[in-house]
Design a protein around this ligand. Structure first.
Ligand code: BG6
Length: 478
Protein backbone atom coordinates (compact mmCIF):
# COMPACT_ATOMS: atom_id res chain seq x y z
CA UNK A 1 0.00 0.00 0.00
CA UNK A 2 1.34 3.42 -0.91
CA UNK A 3 0.31 6.27 1.35
CA UNK A 4 -0.10 9.87 0.13
CA UNK A 5 0.11 11.00 3.68
CA UNK A 6 1.83 9.22 6.55
CA UNK A 7 0.28 8.92 9.98
CA UNK A 8 2.63 10.51 12.53
CA UNK A 9 3.97 8.60 15.52
CA UNK A 10 1.31 8.99 18.22
CA UNK A 11 1.71 11.49 21.06
CA UNK A 12 3.32 9.86 24.05
CA UNK A 13 5.02 7.27 21.83
CA UNK A 14 7.51 5.36 23.96
CA UNK A 15 10.86 5.95 22.29
CA UNK A 16 13.18 3.73 24.22
CA UNK A 17 16.10 1.34 24.21
CA UNK A 18 16.76 -2.10 25.68
CA UNK A 19 19.25 -4.20 27.58
CA UNK A 20 19.14 -7.40 29.59
CA UNK A 21 20.57 -8.04 33.04
CA UNK A 22 23.16 -10.70 32.27
CA UNK A 23 24.46 -8.83 29.22
CA UNK A 24 24.93 -5.43 30.85
CA UNK A 25 25.12 -5.61 34.64
CA UNK A 26 28.26 -7.62 35.38
CA UNK A 27 28.74 -8.09 39.15
CA UNK A 28 27.82 -11.69 38.49
CA UNK A 29 28.64 -12.83 42.02
CA UNK A 30 28.22 -9.57 43.94
CA UNK A 31 25.44 -8.21 46.11
CA UNK A 32 24.30 -11.68 47.11
CA UNK A 33 23.43 -12.73 43.54
CA UNK A 34 23.25 -16.47 42.90
CA UNK A 35 24.62 -18.00 39.70
CA UNK A 36 22.42 -18.37 36.63
CA UNK A 37 22.69 -20.77 33.71
CA UNK A 38 24.71 -18.09 31.92
CA UNK A 39 27.32 -18.01 34.70
CA UNK A 40 27.77 -21.76 34.35
CA UNK A 41 27.95 -21.87 30.56
CA UNK A 42 31.24 -21.86 28.69
CA UNK A 43 31.82 -19.61 25.71
CA UNK A 44 35.30 -20.58 24.53
CA UNK A 45 38.47 -18.52 24.84
CA UNK A 46 37.92 -16.18 21.93
CA UNK A 47 35.12 -14.16 23.49
CA UNK A 48 34.55 -12.65 26.88
CA UNK A 49 32.40 -14.19 29.59
CA UNK A 50 29.53 -12.42 31.38
CA UNK A 51 31.25 -11.67 34.67
CA UNK A 52 31.83 -7.92 34.15
CA UNK A 53 30.06 -7.09 30.86
CA UNK A 54 29.42 -3.30 30.88
CA UNK A 55 29.58 -2.98 34.67
CA UNK A 56 26.16 -1.34 34.69
CA UNK A 57 25.57 -2.71 38.21
CA UNK A 58 28.14 -0.25 39.54
CA UNK A 59 27.60 2.52 37.00
CA UNK A 60 23.83 2.55 36.59
CA UNK A 61 23.47 6.17 37.78
CA UNK A 62 25.91 7.42 35.18
CA UNK A 63 24.19 5.26 32.55
CA UNK A 64 20.69 6.42 33.41
CA UNK A 65 21.90 10.04 33.25
CA UNK A 66 23.11 9.31 29.71
CA UNK A 67 19.78 7.65 28.84
CA UNK A 68 18.05 10.81 30.07
CA UNK A 69 20.34 12.94 27.92
CA UNK A 70 19.50 10.69 24.98
CA UNK A 71 15.88 11.54 25.72
CA UNK A 72 14.59 8.00 26.33
CA UNK A 73 10.93 7.89 27.28
CA UNK A 74 11.28 4.28 28.34
CA UNK A 75 14.10 1.91 29.22
CA UNK A 76 13.66 -1.80 28.84
CA UNK A 77 15.80 -3.86 31.21
CA UNK A 78 15.46 -7.25 32.84
CA UNK A 79 15.60 -8.33 36.43
CA UNK A 80 18.18 -11.02 37.09
CA UNK A 81 16.00 -13.64 38.75
CA UNK A 82 18.96 -14.99 40.75
CA UNK A 83 19.74 -11.48 42.06
CA UNK A 84 16.34 -11.44 43.78
CA UNK A 85 16.29 -15.15 44.57
CA UNK A 86 19.84 -16.56 44.59
CA UNK A 87 18.40 -20.08 44.77
CA UNK A 88 15.59 -19.36 42.29
CA UNK A 89 13.01 -19.47 45.07
CA UNK A 90 13.11 -19.37 48.84
CA UNK A 91 15.03 -16.58 50.48
CA UNK A 92 14.80 -13.10 48.97
CA UNK A 93 18.10 -11.23 48.64
CA UNK A 94 17.77 -7.75 50.15
CA UNK A 95 20.72 -6.32 48.18
CA UNK A 96 19.20 -7.49 44.93
CA UNK A 97 15.86 -5.96 45.88
CA UNK A 98 17.62 -2.68 46.65
CA UNK A 99 19.52 -2.62 43.36
CA UNK A 100 16.37 -2.68 41.21
CA UNK A 101 14.63 -0.28 43.59
CA UNK A 102 17.45 2.22 43.05
CA UNK A 103 17.51 1.65 39.31
CA UNK A 104 13.75 2.18 39.02
CA UNK A 105 13.90 5.26 41.25
CA UNK A 106 16.72 6.69 39.16
CA UNK A 107 14.71 6.13 35.97
CA UNK A 108 11.59 7.69 37.50
CA UNK A 109 13.68 10.63 38.71
CA UNK A 110 14.59 11.24 35.05
CA UNK A 111 11.00 10.67 33.85
CA UNK A 112 11.95 7.47 32.08
CA UNK A 113 9.22 4.80 32.15
CA UNK A 114 10.66 1.46 33.26
CA UNK A 115 9.73 -1.46 30.99
CA UNK A 116 10.69 -4.56 32.93
CA UNK A 117 11.39 -8.02 31.53
CA UNK A 118 11.00 -10.65 34.21
CA UNK A 119 13.13 -13.32 32.59
CA UNK A 120 15.71 -12.87 29.84
CA UNK A 121 17.56 -16.20 29.35
CA UNK A 122 19.19 -16.25 32.82
CA UNK A 123 17.44 -19.03 34.71
CA UNK A 124 18.83 -19.42 38.24
CA UNK A 125 21.35 -22.25 38.28
CA UNK A 126 19.81 -23.76 41.41
CA UNK A 127 16.60 -24.38 39.43
CA UNK A 128 18.49 -25.69 36.43
CA UNK A 129 20.20 -28.24 38.65
CA UNK A 130 16.79 -29.54 39.66
CA UNK A 131 15.68 -29.96 36.04
CA UNK A 132 15.08 -26.35 34.98
CA UNK A 133 12.02 -25.85 32.82
CA UNK A 134 11.51 -29.60 32.57
CA UNK A 135 10.55 -29.55 36.24
CA UNK A 136 7.01 -28.22 36.86
CA UNK A 137 8.31 -26.74 40.15
CA UNK A 138 10.08 -24.09 38.02
CA UNK A 139 6.64 -22.81 36.98
CA UNK A 140 5.77 -22.07 40.60
CA UNK A 141 9.21 -20.59 41.24
CA UNK A 142 8.69 -18.21 38.31
CA UNK A 143 5.22 -17.22 39.48
CA UNK A 144 6.56 -16.53 42.97
CA UNK A 145 9.40 -14.46 41.49
CA UNK A 146 6.93 -12.53 39.31
CA UNK A 147 4.54 -11.90 42.22
CA UNK A 148 7.45 -10.69 44.34
CA UNK A 149 8.56 -8.29 41.61
CA UNK A 150 4.98 -6.97 41.22
CA UNK A 151 4.76 -6.46 44.98
CA UNK A 152 8.15 -4.79 45.25
CA UNK A 153 8.08 -2.55 42.21
CA UNK A 154 4.46 -2.49 41.04
CA UNK A 155 3.85 1.00 42.39
CA UNK A 156 6.50 2.39 40.00
CA UNK A 157 6.38 0.01 37.03
CA UNK A 158 3.47 0.15 34.60
CA UNK A 159 4.79 -2.11 31.84
CA UNK A 160 5.93 -5.69 32.33
CA UNK A 161 7.26 -8.31 29.94
CA UNK A 162 7.08 -11.96 30.90
CA UNK A 163 9.71 -14.01 29.07
CA UNK A 164 12.17 -12.78 26.46
CA UNK A 165 12.28 -14.75 23.19
CA UNK A 166 10.78 -17.94 24.51
CA UNK A 167 10.51 -19.11 20.90
CA UNK A 168 14.26 -18.73 20.39
CA UNK A 169 14.98 -20.66 23.59
CA UNK A 170 12.93 -23.53 22.21
CA UNK A 171 13.92 -23.34 18.55
CA UNK A 172 17.61 -22.79 19.34
CA UNK A 173 17.75 -24.74 22.57
CA UNK A 174 21.35 -25.66 21.82
CA UNK A 175 22.43 -22.01 21.52
CA UNK A 176 20.46 -20.07 24.12
CA UNK A 177 18.25 -22.66 25.72
CA UNK A 178 18.20 -24.32 29.05
CA UNK A 179 18.82 -27.81 27.80
CA UNK A 180 21.71 -29.59 29.55
CA UNK A 181 24.12 -31.08 26.99
CA UNK A 182 23.41 -34.73 26.32
CA UNK A 183 19.68 -34.51 27.15
CA UNK A 184 17.98 -37.50 25.57
CA UNK A 185 15.17 -36.67 23.15
CA UNK A 186 16.06 -32.94 23.16
CA UNK A 187 13.21 -31.72 20.94
CA UNK A 188 10.50 -33.42 22.92
CA UNK A 189 12.07 -32.09 26.11
CA UNK A 190 12.14 -28.58 24.69
CA UNK A 191 8.46 -28.64 23.71
CA UNK A 192 7.56 -29.83 27.21
CA UNK A 193 9.65 -26.98 28.61
CA UNK A 194 7.80 -24.66 26.26
CA UNK A 195 4.48 -25.78 27.68
CA UNK A 196 5.75 -25.14 31.21
CA UNK A 197 7.01 -21.68 30.27
CA UNK A 198 3.65 -20.91 28.70
CA UNK A 199 1.90 -21.87 31.91
CA UNK A 200 4.36 -19.82 33.94
CA UNK A 201 3.69 -16.85 31.68
CA UNK A 202 -0.11 -17.24 31.85
CA UNK A 203 -0.01 -17.46 35.64
CA UNK A 204 2.20 -14.37 35.83
CA UNK A 205 -0.22 -12.44 33.60
CA UNK A 206 -3.15 -13.48 35.77
CA UNK A 207 -1.25 -12.45 38.91
CA UNK A 208 -0.28 -9.11 37.40
CA UNK A 209 -3.89 -8.31 36.56
CA UNK A 210 -5.02 -9.28 40.07
CA UNK A 211 -2.30 -7.42 41.90
CA UNK A 212 -1.74 -4.39 39.67
CA UNK A 213 -4.93 -3.45 37.85
CA UNK A 214 -3.31 -0.30 36.43
CA UNK A 215 -0.29 -2.16 34.97
CA UNK A 216 0.05 -3.84 31.58
CA UNK A 217 1.85 -7.05 30.78
CA UNK A 218 2.75 -8.92 27.60
CA UNK A 219 5.01 -11.58 26.09
CA UNK A 220 8.23 -10.68 24.22
CA UNK A 221 8.95 -13.25 21.51
CA UNK A 222 11.21 -12.78 18.49
CA UNK A 223 8.83 -12.53 15.55
CA UNK A 224 9.88 -12.45 11.89
CA UNK A 225 7.81 -12.70 8.80
CA UNK A 226 8.73 -15.76 6.74
CA UNK A 227 9.03 -15.53 2.95
CA UNK A 228 8.66 -18.48 0.61
CA UNK A 229 11.74 -19.16 -1.52
CA UNK A 230 9.53 -18.80 -4.61
CA UNK A 231 5.87 -18.61 -5.66
CA UNK A 232 5.85 -22.39 -6.02
CA UNK A 233 2.95 -23.61 -3.85
CA UNK A 234 5.19 -26.09 -2.02
CA UNK A 235 7.53 -23.26 -1.01
CA UNK A 236 4.57 -21.17 0.16
CA UNK A 237 3.40 -24.10 2.23
CA UNK A 238 6.87 -24.45 3.75
CA UNK A 239 6.82 -20.75 4.68
CA UNK A 240 3.42 -21.30 6.20
CA UNK A 241 4.72 -24.26 8.20
CA UNK A 242 7.66 -22.29 9.52
CA UNK A 243 5.51 -19.26 10.40
CA UNK A 244 3.32 -21.45 12.58
CA UNK A 245 6.25 -23.25 14.19
CA UNK A 246 8.41 -20.16 14.68
CA UNK A 247 5.87 -17.45 15.44
CA UNK A 248 2.23 -18.36 15.95
CA UNK A 249 2.76 -21.36 18.22
CA UNK A 250 3.96 -18.92 20.88
CA UNK A 251 1.61 -16.02 20.31
CA UNK A 252 -1.51 -18.16 19.77
CA UNK A 253 -0.94 -19.76 23.17
CA UNK A 254 -0.29 -16.40 24.82
CA UNK A 255 -3.17 -14.52 23.20
CA UNK A 256 -5.81 -17.15 22.30
CA UNK A 257 -4.94 -19.81 24.89
CA UNK A 258 -4.82 -22.60 22.34
CA UNK A 259 -2.16 -24.52 20.45
CA UNK A 260 -1.67 -23.49 16.85
CA UNK A 261 -3.11 -26.29 14.70
CA UNK A 262 -0.20 -26.60 12.26
CA UNK A 263 2.41 -26.43 15.02
CA UNK A 264 0.49 -29.06 16.97
CA UNK A 265 0.38 -31.42 13.99
CA UNK A 266 4.13 -30.81 13.45
CA UNK A 267 4.83 -31.82 17.06
CA UNK A 268 2.56 -34.86 16.77
CA UNK A 269 4.16 -35.98 13.52
CA UNK A 270 7.65 -35.67 15.00
CA UNK A 271 6.82 -37.23 18.36
CA UNK A 272 7.39 -33.96 20.24
CA UNK A 273 3.93 -33.54 21.74
CA UNK A 274 4.02 -32.22 25.31
CA UNK A 275 1.95 -33.70 28.07
CA UNK A 276 -0.86 -31.27 28.83
CA UNK A 277 -4.00 -31.32 30.96
CA UNK A 278 -7.39 -29.67 30.49
CA UNK A 279 -6.82 -27.74 33.71
CA UNK A 280 -3.59 -26.30 32.30
CA UNK A 281 -5.33 -25.33 29.08
CA UNK A 282 -7.90 -23.47 31.18
CA UNK A 283 -5.08 -21.48 32.80
CA UNK A 284 -3.70 -20.69 29.35
CA UNK A 285 -7.12 -19.44 28.28
CA UNK A 286 -7.39 -17.21 31.35
CA UNK A 287 -3.95 -15.58 31.13
CA UNK A 288 -4.30 -12.78 28.59
CA UNK A 289 -1.75 -10.16 27.61
CA UNK A 290 -2.56 -6.45 27.35
CA UNK A 291 -0.11 -5.93 24.50
CA UNK A 292 2.43 -7.82 22.43
CA UNK A 293 6.10 -6.91 22.58
CA UNK A 294 8.25 -8.31 19.82
CA UNK A 295 11.92 -8.39 18.87
CA UNK A 296 12.78 -8.13 15.20
CA UNK A 297 16.21 -8.27 13.57
CA UNK A 298 15.54 -9.83 10.17
CA UNK A 299 13.04 -11.80 8.14
CA UNK A 300 13.42 -15.50 7.34
CA UNK A 301 13.12 -17.26 3.99
CA UNK A 302 12.35 -20.93 3.58
CA UNK A 303 11.62 -23.42 0.83
CA UNK A 304 10.22 -26.91 0.59
CA UNK A 305 13.51 -28.55 -0.26
CA UNK A 306 17.22 -27.93 -0.54
CA UNK A 307 18.09 -24.91 -2.70
CA UNK A 308 19.80 -25.44 -6.05
CA UNK A 309 20.76 -22.12 -7.50
CA UNK A 310 21.34 -19.28 -5.06
CA UNK A 311 24.52 -20.69 -3.56
CA UNK A 312 23.32 -20.26 0.01
CA UNK A 313 24.05 -22.89 2.55
CA UNK A 314 20.71 -24.38 3.49
CA UNK A 315 19.54 -23.73 7.01
CA UNK A 316 22.24 -21.23 7.89
CA UNK A 317 24.67 -21.66 10.73
CA UNK A 318 23.10 -23.55 13.58
CA UNK A 319 24.96 -21.34 15.99
CA UNK A 320 22.74 -18.39 15.26
CA UNK A 321 19.33 -17.57 16.58
CA UNK A 322 18.38 -15.67 13.41
CA UNK A 323 18.81 -18.56 10.99
CA UNK A 324 15.80 -20.62 10.08
CA UNK A 325 17.44 -24.02 10.34
CA UNK A 326 16.36 -27.06 8.45
CA UNK A 327 13.86 -29.90 8.66
CA UNK A 328 13.48 -31.22 5.14
CA UNK A 329 10.00 -32.61 5.75
CA UNK A 330 8.70 -29.24 6.96
CA UNK A 331 10.91 -26.33 5.77
CA UNK A 332 14.44 -25.57 4.67
CA UNK A 333 16.00 -22.21 5.51
CA UNK A 334 17.42 -20.61 2.35
CA UNK A 335 19.11 -17.37 1.34
CA UNK A 336 17.31 -14.29 0.07
CA UNK A 337 19.09 -12.59 -2.83
CA UNK A 338 16.97 -9.46 -2.42
CA UNK A 339 18.45 -8.62 0.94
CA UNK A 340 21.83 -7.35 2.14
CA UNK A 341 23.62 -8.81 5.13
CA UNK A 342 25.39 -7.26 8.09
CA UNK A 343 28.95 -8.05 9.23
CA UNK A 344 27.65 -11.06 11.11
CA UNK A 345 25.76 -12.53 8.17
CA UNK A 346 22.34 -11.50 9.45
CA UNK A 347 19.96 -10.26 6.80
CA UNK A 348 18.82 -6.65 6.86
CA UNK A 349 15.16 -6.29 5.93
CA UNK A 350 13.36 -3.09 6.95
CA UNK A 351 10.32 -3.84 4.78
CA UNK A 352 10.04 -7.19 6.53
CA UNK A 353 9.70 -5.19 9.75
CA UNK A 354 6.56 -3.50 8.42
CA UNK A 355 5.21 -6.83 7.18
CA UNK A 356 5.89 -8.48 10.54
CA UNK A 357 4.15 -5.71 12.52
CA UNK A 358 1.13 -5.92 10.22
CA UNK A 359 0.93 -9.70 10.49
CA UNK A 360 1.03 -9.65 14.29
CA UNK A 361 -1.48 -6.84 14.60
CA UNK A 362 -3.92 -8.30 12.10
CA UNK A 363 -3.86 -11.68 13.79
CA UNK A 364 -4.17 -10.55 17.42
CA UNK A 365 -5.48 -6.97 17.38
CA UNK A 366 -3.46 -5.98 20.42
CA UNK A 367 -1.24 -2.90 20.78
CA UNK A 368 2.36 -3.60 19.84
CA UNK A 369 5.71 -2.42 21.14
CA UNK A 370 9.08 -3.27 19.58
CA UNK A 371 11.44 -4.40 22.32
CA UNK A 372 14.51 -5.18 20.19
CA UNK A 373 15.77 -4.14 16.77
CA UNK A 374 19.29 -3.10 15.94
CA UNK A 375 22.59 -3.63 14.22
CA UNK A 376 25.52 -5.52 15.68
CA UNK A 377 28.80 -4.16 14.29
CA UNK A 378 32.54 -3.86 14.97
CA UNK A 379 32.57 -0.19 16.02
CA UNK A 380 35.88 1.68 16.00
CA UNK A 381 36.83 4.18 18.69
CA UNK A 382 38.85 7.03 17.16
CA UNK A 383 41.76 8.78 18.87
CA UNK A 384 39.42 11.59 19.93
CA UNK A 385 36.95 9.11 21.49
CA UNK A 386 34.37 9.23 18.72
CA UNK A 387 32.42 6.44 17.09
CA UNK A 388 31.16 7.23 13.61
CA UNK A 389 28.50 4.55 13.34
CA UNK A 390 26.70 5.84 10.25
CA UNK A 391 25.84 2.24 9.30
CA UNK A 392 23.81 1.93 12.53
CA UNK A 393 22.03 5.20 11.83
CA UNK A 394 21.15 3.91 8.35
CA UNK A 395 19.80 0.64 9.77
CA UNK A 396 17.69 2.36 12.42
CA UNK A 397 16.46 5.04 10.03
CA UNK A 398 15.30 2.46 7.50
CA UNK A 399 13.50 0.47 10.19
CA UNK A 400 11.85 3.48 11.82
CA UNK A 401 10.63 4.60 8.39
CA UNK A 402 8.96 1.22 7.95
CA UNK A 403 7.43 1.47 11.41
CA UNK A 404 5.77 4.70 10.43
CA UNK A 405 4.45 2.99 7.32
CA UNK A 406 3.09 0.19 9.52
CA UNK A 407 1.36 2.79 11.69
CA UNK A 408 -0.02 4.36 8.52
CA UNK A 409 -1.27 0.89 7.52
CA UNK A 410 -3.32 0.85 10.73
CA UNK A 411 -1.03 -0.95 13.16
CA UNK A 412 -1.41 0.23 16.75
CA UNK A 413 2.16 0.68 17.91
CA UNK A 414 3.00 2.43 21.17
CA UNK A 415 6.75 2.14 21.46
CA UNK A 416 10.10 1.31 19.90
CA UNK A 417 13.08 0.09 21.91
CA UNK A 418 16.14 -0.62 19.79
CA UNK A 419 18.81 -3.00 20.97
CA UNK A 420 20.73 -1.73 22.76
CA UNK A 421 20.77 1.34 24.99
CA UNK A 422 24.47 0.86 25.69
CA UNK A 423 27.10 -1.61 24.46
CA UNK A 424 26.79 -4.98 26.11
CA UNK A 425 27.96 -8.53 25.58
CA UNK A 426 26.21 -10.31 22.72
CA UNK A 427 24.38 -13.56 23.42
CA UNK A 428 27.15 -15.65 21.89
CA UNK A 429 29.43 -13.33 19.93
CA UNK A 430 31.24 -11.32 22.59
CA UNK A 431 31.55 -7.59 23.30
CA UNK A 432 33.01 -6.64 19.94
CA UNK A 433 29.64 -7.22 18.36
CA UNK A 434 28.31 -3.87 19.53
CA UNK A 435 24.76 -2.57 19.35
CA UNK A 436 24.63 0.42 21.71
CA UNK A 437 24.13 4.17 21.36
CA UNK A 438 26.80 4.46 24.05
CA UNK A 439 30.23 2.93 23.58
CA UNK A 440 31.78 1.02 26.48
CA UNK A 441 35.55 1.18 26.41
CA UNK A 442 36.65 -2.41 26.83
CA UNK A 443 37.66 -5.35 24.68
CA UNK A 444 37.01 -9.05 24.76
CA UNK A 445 39.63 -9.69 27.43
CA UNK A 446 40.99 -6.25 28.30
CA UNK A 447 38.54 -4.42 30.54
CA UNK A 448 40.37 -1.08 30.09
CA UNK A 449 38.53 1.69 31.95
CA UNK A 450 34.97 0.82 30.87
CA UNK A 451 34.46 4.53 30.14
CA UNK A 452 31.29 5.58 28.30
CA UNK A 453 31.42 7.53 25.01
CA UNK A 454 28.45 8.76 23.01
CA UNK A 455 28.34 7.40 19.47
CA UNK A 456 27.15 9.38 16.48
CA UNK A 457 23.93 7.35 16.58
CA UNK A 458 23.34 8.78 20.07
CA UNK A 459 23.05 12.31 18.67
CA UNK A 460 20.94 11.06 15.79
CA UNK A 461 18.47 9.09 17.97
CA UNK A 462 18.30 12.04 20.38
CA UNK A 463 16.96 14.16 17.52
CA UNK A 464 14.58 11.40 16.39
CA UNK A 465 13.08 11.38 19.89
CA UNK A 466 12.98 15.17 20.16
CA UNK A 467 11.03 15.38 16.90
CA UNK A 468 8.81 12.36 17.73
CA UNK A 469 10.18 10.51 14.73
CA UNK A 470 9.68 13.33 12.23
CA UNK A 471 13.33 14.03 11.52
CA UNK A 472 15.14 10.88 10.45
CA UNK A 473 17.71 12.64 8.25
CA UNK A 474 21.22 11.16 8.36
CA UNK A 475 23.16 14.42 8.72
CA UNK A 476 23.81 15.34 12.33
CA UNK A 477 26.44 17.42 14.12
CA UNK A 478 28.76 15.16 16.02
C1 BG6 B 1 18.03 -11.39 20.97
C2 BG6 B 1 18.21 -11.40 22.46
O1 BG6 B 1 18.04 -12.73 20.57
O2 BG6 B 1 18.98 -10.81 20.18
C3 BG6 B 1 19.34 -10.53 22.99
O3 BG6 B 1 17.01 -11.11 23.14
C4 BG6 B 1 20.48 -10.57 22.03
O4 BG6 B 1 19.66 -10.98 24.27
C5 BG6 B 1 20.00 -9.98 20.70
O5 BG6 B 1 21.64 -9.95 22.46
C6 BG6 B 1 21.09 -9.86 19.66
O6 BG6 B 1 21.67 -11.10 19.44
P1 BG6 B 1 23.23 -11.32 19.51
O7 BG6 B 1 23.43 -12.77 19.32
O8 BG6 B 1 23.82 -10.51 18.42
O9 BG6 B 1 23.64 -10.83 20.86
Amino acid sequence: MKHQQLTPFPDGFLWGASTSAYQVEGAWNEGGKGPSVIDKASFGDKITDFTVTSDHYHRFKQDVALFAELGLKTYRFSIAWSRLFPQGSGELNAEGVAFYQQLIDELRHHNIEPLVTLYHFDLPWALQEKGGWSDPATIEAFVHFARTAFELYGDRVNYWLTINEQNMMILKGDVIGTLPPGTPDPQKTLYQQNHHMMLAQAKAMIACHEMLPQAKIGPAPNISCVYPASARPEDVLAANNFTSIRNWLYLDLACFGHYNAVAWSFMREKGYLPTITEQEMEILRQGKPDFIAFNYYASATVGADLPHSDGEEAGGKLLDQQMAGIDTSVYVGVGNRWLKKNQFNWYIDPVGFRITARQIYERYRLPLIVTENGLGAFDELTADNKIHDDYRIAYLRDHIEQLQLAISDGVELFGYCPWSAIDLVSTHQGIRKRYGFIYVNRDEHDLKDLARFKKKSFSWYQRVIQTNGQNLADGIDY
